[in-house]
Design a protein around this ligand. Structure first.
Ligand code: OAD
Length: 245
């Protein structure tokens, strides 16, 4: 008798030595944080990413872009980690190491209690200087006033500390994410469409280094063909079942 995908995936989890997790926007969907590319509800279905998520878009209208990120920051502050985030945090100690590489900027993995989290696209709670003079503020309440505020060090605009289209990822974060992918023997890929690189290349890195890949996503994705098992379910349903918590 053939096992259900969730049972096959649970077996892989039970036998894994070192698990890593790659998450995308779908991980937080059940916390009420919208994804980017889901038809109708996705942020990029309703807003133009060139205007809102690029340096050129910011320079064209700093107040508009700043306000959009401020409203997303408010929404993220109101959101709570879901059962999927909580399951990953709860089982980390069982595995000695359970590294999470996330494309999400919402901080929900850390708020759920996960400690080993690499935020490769930055954090929406962080604010940095557009001129990269070194100013960084992780506490929105401590920001200077302004819409957007000006950098207290150099006077340029302040901007969200997230990676925009056309920008490089932080080299150290990317190197850590690649190392995590190479060193795991099981990579769980949760809630990502697999369309944005370099994050979408990490499952191939893991496969090439000998790891097994499991995809958890209610819809088809570009990464399904990398996977030994595809679990057609949501993060908050599948992850607690997968780990038996
Ligand atoms: P996408 O919006 O491209 O993909 C979200 C994925 O989550 C889709 O494959 C959905 O099927 C899946 N999904 C939806 N609900 C889910 C649920 N409850 N449980 C599990 N999966 C679910 O988001 P990302 O792949 O994260 O970059 O997008 C990658 C990057 O593109 C983002 O980090 C962002 C965006 O532009 C930057 O802002 C730099």
């Amino acid at each position: 008798m053939r096992l259900e995908p969730i049972e096959e995936a649970s077996d892989l989890v039970r036998n894994a030595r070192r698990i890593a997790v790659l998450t995308g926007a779908g991980m937080s969907a059940e916390s009420g944080v919208p994804t980017f590319r889901d038809a109708q509800t996705g942020l990029w279905a309703r807003f133009d990413p060139e205007q809102l998520a690029s340096e050129a878009g910011f320079r064209a209208d700093p107040p508009m872009v700043w306000r959009w990120y401020a409203s997303r920051r408010d929404a993220v502050t109101r959101a709570e980690p879901n059962a999927g985030h909580r399951a990953l945090a709860a089982v980390a100690d069982r595995f000695g190491q359970l590294a999470i590489v996330t494309q999400n900027v919402d901080g929900l993995h850390r708020r759920a209690g996960s400690r080993d989290v690499i935020e490769i696209h930055g954090s929406i709670m962080r604010t940095v200087c557009l001129a990269r003079c070194g100013f960084v503020e992780d506490e929105p309440a401590r920001l200077p006033s302004g819409d957007p505020p000006r950098c207290p060090n150099c006077g340029d605009w302040l901007r969200p500390g997230v990676v925009w289209f056309g920008e490089m990822l932080d080299a150290r974060q990317l190197a850590a994410a690649e190392e995590t992918s190479r060193e795991c023997d099981l990579l769980l890929v949760v809630g990502t469409s697999g369309l944005v690189y370099p994050a979408a290349g990490l499952p191939l890195t893991a496969r090439r280094a000998g790891a097994t890949v499991v995809v958890i996503n209610p819809a088809d994705t570009e990464l399904d063909r990398m996977a030994s098992v595809v679990v057609r379910s949501t993060a908050a349903t599948a992850l607690p079942r997968l780990f038996g918590v």
